[in-house]
Design a protein around this ligand. Structure first.
Ligand code: FCB
Length: 446
């Protein structure tokens, strides 16, 4: 049967900097993304998250839309600099914003799933060295402890980090995300500190002994395939897989970094002396679930000119507006591999979805058939995986509404809800209506 069980969680996701706006209100201070996006060349057309979807002011209206769609759960992130506008200063207004959001959600039987870090490091922390500074782990711990104190009784699903790969590699090696650095060693330090802070925060939450409390981490994982059987392409694919997937999965689930990648990285940046004895025990602290963000696969080939000797190759499948292939079969490969090689823990797809060039019709409708199809084919693969004994417990569409898509600004629309950035009007796209009807029956017609 093409039906998900009743306890399977259907949700949708957003992140603070992408939707909240009110960048200078409510006692919030800038994050690295405010600073990064204000340097014109960094983001498409100089867009910033200053106003975004104005969700800070429209929160109640937005929660009503979530209720209308009928999601079981809503995944959002907390803006650290709203809670701690300065190192040792708590901002009650910021705490209250999230308190109200959680209250509104729970009133409507929507389970909050909170991401503690979705890339918006407070600028004050960056000025003290950011994630390159090992101390940052303890600033993060203080912030998370405050959040647990305030909301720990009301929230049953916590995600420490969203995509540490992007937060480190895109931000500190490729320079295309905040803080915009281009230094592999720095990126590896940042990645290590992010992972370490994850373990420390998991241990912190356990101390509270909340009744119904689950914590995990979300990784962006992309199955990686060599473009040919040539040994140099196969080797390139192995490195690319190490870079994107194994560098994060192995320490979390096996308690060590992958040997081959240690060699690759040490050859480039020298000894990785920021990895201190005992760190990997902390990083591999038991968690309750793994969150997976899945969008597409990677195809790679050998490239003698790139630093790590691989480069991406364009695949042949149909693409979304991001130029990403719609490749649901690779999600199956990925889930199967996680189950076989890493963990039998519950898995959640904490993000999956697609940007398309949505058109608003004269009668204010958005017939985003491609997005519906994208979601459906991925749900189908999930059902297959569950039938094969996979421990998959939930699925979150990225995104609830159109929002600030990082370096692409507002040019890429991922939402099930359309946002008119001039009027801030929200319109449910056909995908939102489809998802609503689907959640009612949980049956998939493909
Ligand atoms: C993920 C991010 C999310 C969004 C989607 C499209 O990498 O976690 O914020 O930008 O991609």
């Amino acid at each position: 049967m093409n039906k998900f069980k009743d306890d399977f969680i259907f949700g949708t996701a957003t992140a603070a900097y992408q939707i909240e706006g009110a960048a200078n209100e409510g006692g919030r201070t800038p994050s690295i993304w405010d600073v990064f996006s204000k340097k014109e060349e960094n983001v498409f057309m100089g867009h910033t998250g200053d106003i975004a979807c104005d969700h800070y002011h429209r929160m109640k209206e937005d929660v009503k839309i979530l209720e209308n769609i009928g999601v079981d759960s809503y995944r959002f992130s907390i803006s650290w600099s709203r809670i701690f506008p300065d190192k040792d200063k708590v901002n009650v207004e910021g705490v209250n914003f999230y308190k109200n959001l959680i209250h509104e959600l729970k009133e409507r039987k929507i389970n909050p799933a909170i991401t503690l870090y979705h890339w918006d490091l407070p600028q004050w922390a960056q000025e003290l060295g950011g994630w390159e500074n090992r101390e940052c782990i303890y600033w993060f711990k203080d912030y998370c402890t405050k959040i647990f104190e305030e909301f720990g009784h009301d929230v049953s699903m916590w995600i420490t980090h969203n995509e540490p790969f992007c937060a480190s590699i895109l931000g500190d090696y490729l320079g295309i995300h905040a803080p915009g650095k281009k230094d592999l060693k720095k990126a590896l330090i940042v990645a290590h500190h992010l992972l370490l802070s994850h373990g420390i925060v998991v241990r912190e939450l356990r101390k509270f002994k909340f009744k119904n409390s689950n914590i995990g981490i979300t990784l962006n994982l992309s199955p990686t395939y060599a473009v040919s059987k040539k040994s140099e392409d196969v080797r390139a694919a192995k490195t690319s897989d190490g870079y994107t997937n194994r560098w994060f999965l192995d320490p979390l689930f096996k308690g060590h970094y992958p040997e081959d990648m240690l060699m690759v990285y040490q050859k480039e940046v020298g000894i990785l002396d920021f990895i201190v004895e005992g760190d990997l025990d902390i990083i591999s602290t038991d968690i309750d679930f793994l969150g997976i963000n899945y969008y597409t696969r990677n195809i790679v080939e050998y490239d003698e000119h790139s630093q790590l000797n691989f480069r991406g190759v364009e695949g042949e499948k149909e693409k979304t507006a991001m130029g990403w292939e719609n490749s649901p079969e690779s999600l199956h490969d990925l889930l199967t591999r996680i189950k076989k090689e890493y963990t039998k823990l519950p898995l959640y797809i904490t993000e999956n979805g697609a940007a398309y060039n949505d058109v608003v019709t004269t009668d204010n409708k958005i017939h985003d058939i491609d997005r519906i199809n994208y979601i459906k084919v991925h749900l189908k693969v999930m059902l297959d995986f569950i039938k094969e004994g996979g421990n998959l417990k939930g699925y979150y569409v990225w995104s609830f509404m159109d929002n600030f898509e990082w370096s692409f600004g507002y040019s890429k629309r991922f939402g099930m809800v359309y946002v008119n950035y001039e009027s801030q009007e929200r319109i449910m796209k056909d995908s939102a209506i489809w998802y609503k009807n689907f959640i009612k029956t949980r049956s998939l017609e493909v």
